[in-house]
Design a protein around this ligand. Sequence first.
Ligand code: PTJ
Length: 254
Amino acid sequence: MSLIPKSHPRAKSLLIREKLVSGFDRGLVAKEGLLAHGRGEAFDYLLGEKTRKTAKLAIRASAAQILLADLPVISVNGNIAALCPKEVVRLANASRAKIEVNLFYANAKRRRNIINTLKKNGAKEILGINSSSSTILPGLDSARRIVDKNGIFAADVVIVPLEDGDRTIALRKIGKKVITFDLNPLSRTSQTANITIIDNVTRAMGLLIVECRNLSKKNKRILEKIVNDFDNKKNISDNIIEIRDNLTRRSCIA
Ligand code: PTJ
């Protein structure tokens, strides 16, 4: 049972933190994942813990890009398995995307726990399990280089929530389109992805599912226009302005 009083002004954020800590206790999250979450919380605070307009624009472009893809793949790490396993499965169903477990801090037991959690939440097919179908992503030294031949390796669009910068760069270099969720607009991942959703993955994932469902009725030309009209660099700059405006408002209130 949660110890967070519902009336607490930051109840939502503290409940997300609890989910992550529970994920750590259940063997899903790496120790380093707790630190990554703390960093995310700091940036979420700057955003006012709200989905901003720039995130909504990026979510719409992401949905269009995913629906246009021949083989979209959602990469799942420990933090994502703890924070939104159900949403990962729903997104896969709404968009025909495959799910692949891919860990930075590779660990067989944690991988098994993540797979079981995804299965419990309805995932039918999970890639990144069989070493017989694994291969190496060129240009990457970390454990994330081990990917599934039929998943990330073959994908044209890869969705990488809470990512380290090296893989985004490696994926871009071999021609993949990369969509990320990252609360830090200045991270290397944010700066190098094709589409950066600067929002808490726990808020944005649900919105992306809804947008995929809505846009699935649109034709290819409309989807291409949404993607082509989206400018990631400009959107990131606009997000920094949103943060500045939020901070100015808050310091005026204080
Ligand atoms: O489970 P593993 O072994 O694959 O490891 C996963 C982590 C997250 C530990 C690994 O990918 C890592 O170390 O990531 P980084 O390099 O710390 O980057 C995480 C990024 O995600 C940072 O820019 C954070 O600000 C951001 N972030 C943290 N929590 C959230 C977030 N972005 C969106 N939503 C969050 N809830």
